[in-house]
Design a protein around this ligand. Structure first.
Ligand SMILES: *Cc1c(COP(=O)(O)O)cnc(C)c1O
Length: 425
């Protein structure tokens, strides 16, 4: 089947032809491709065209696609039954591993997606503090639960529905929205609402409006303010967890949240999420406490096995993080050179192995500067890169994900192609 035929068929039986909006390539005005397989840093579409991949499954595949390290033992797990409605040993091992590497997560609850993790963490913050209001930041994305789909990033930004229809006004009222890196705004908000806030949720590196680093001073101030009002500070590390280092962004910046949400890498590509943190807060979750949360497939053995394979490998080879960062710095430098050579004003933002390119002349440091980037130029850039065999995330608001499979040759190919494409824009 061809990409086009599949998309036509899909649109008849799936809204927009997809199971997740960004896959429709709708915001870059290009017909979508359908993936057939992926190995290492390459993806093939159903027409057998090969691409160098920078989507990386939107985060999980830090060791590259279909890595035998990640798949080890999975066949055995499958043949012994994958879910029992009972606890299994590997769930304990996963929680112990997370706790060892991210000590702020004293207790951990596994769920099936990042969305579930953030939704449950918010419920827990409310149940624990007996307060209603939460604070999130404009352009940060925390999955698609009602209370968090307010001024959110990712597909919400790409498709210009940052606040979803169908979200009750009552929830919007209880969700305050701040601006990242605006300390004064944060302090003003705290003076008025600090004592009403159950929790604050933040991506410690904003990675769903492109990559926008949070100032350490901003994060520190947020930590101090939340402490002063006993507001639960929630780090959404669904992307940054095990991506920036074994200790996530909280290790990278040395700031401890009260609760942390994980996903993506910890499932090795299987559906997964986790939330955890201070034992005294986690003790409010059922069956210990009165905040209810459950899951038929939570702690699924295949997800646990693939996630643990990934994490255990990273722990045994911590030099991977330095190597990934070197790759990313190499790309960052080359991309800046390519922009110069083409006479295009653009910004390359990078934290660790997370990168993004914005077509705008001013530095991108917050939501407002993100929104100045030219999405029409990005659309043309995306389409030309795709044509030339480079698969980028189909939105200027999604990151470029590097993996260990992106070797020198792959990176050089990307740089050469990008140079020509930028000149042709
Ligand atoms: C991907 C993502 C989520 C949602 O995870 P899903 O598994 O897609 O539900 C939440 N927060 C952040 C920061 C993410 O990047």
């Amino acid at each position: 089947m061809k990409n086009k035929e599949l998309f036509e068929a899909a649109k008849k039986v799936m809204p927009g032809g997809v199971n997740s909006p960004v896959r429709s390539f709708g915001s870059v005005d290009t017909p979508p491709i359908f993936a057939k397989k992926a190995i290492g840093a390459q993806v093939w579409d159903v027409e057998d065209k090969a691409y160098i991949d920078f989507i990386g499954g939107f985060g999980p595949h830090i060791l590259g696609h279909a890595n035998p390290v990640v798949l080890e033992g999975v066949a055995g797990v499958l043949s012994e039954g994958i879910s029992f409605g009972l606890s299994t040993a590997i769930e304990v091992e996963m929680a112990q591993t997370i706790n060892r590497l991210m000590p702020s997560m004293e207790m951990v609850r596994m769920v099936n997606s990042g969305t579930e993790a953030t939704m449950s963490a918010i419920r827990l913050a409310r149940g624990y503090t007996k307060r209603d209001k939460i604070l999130k930041f404009e352009g940060c994305y925390h999955g698609h639960s009602d209370g968090l789909l307010i001024k959110s990033g990712s597909g919400g930004l790409s498709f210009n529905v940052p606040t979803s229809a169908g979200v009750l006004d009552a929830l919007v009222e209880h969700t305050l929205v701040g601006q990242i890196n605006d300390i004064e705004g944060l302090e003003a908000l705290w003076a008025r609402h600090g004592h009403e806030l159950a929790g604050v949720i933040v991506e410690p590196v904003a990675a769903n409006m492109g990559i926008v680093p949070l100032d350490q001073a901003f994060l520190k101030r947020l930590r101090d303010l939340t402490m002063s009002t006993k507001t639960v500070l929630i780090f959404d590390e669904v992307i940054t967890g095990f991506r920036l280092g074994l200790g996530g962004a909280q290790g990278y910046y040395n700031i401890q949240p009260d609760l942390t949400c994980l996903g993506k890498i910890i499932g090795g590509g299987m559906p997964v999420g986790a939330y955890g943190g201070r034992a005294d807060i986690m003790a409010h979750i059922s069956p210990l406490g009165d905040v209810y949360q459950a899951g038929t497939l939570s702690g699924n053995r295949v997800a646990m096995a693939m996630g643990l394979n990934t994490i255990n490998y990273l722990e045994k080879h911590p030099e991977i993080y330095r190597q990934l960062e070197e790759k990313a710095v190499f790309l960052e430098t080359a991309m800046i050179d390519n922009l110069k050579a083409a006479g295009i004003q653009g910004q390359v933002n990078r934290v660790g192995s997370l990168l993004s390119l914005f077509f705008t002349k001013e530095p991108v440091t917050d939501y407002h500067s993100v929104m100045k980037s030219d999405t029409e130029v990005f659309g043309r850039y995306f389409a030309s890169m795709l044509e030339a065999g480079i698969l980028l995330a189909p939105s200027t608001f999604e990151a470029m994900f590097l993996s260990m499979a992106h070797d020198d040759e792959v990176l050089k190919t990307f740089i050469d192609i990008q140079k020509e494409v930028l000149k042709s824009l």
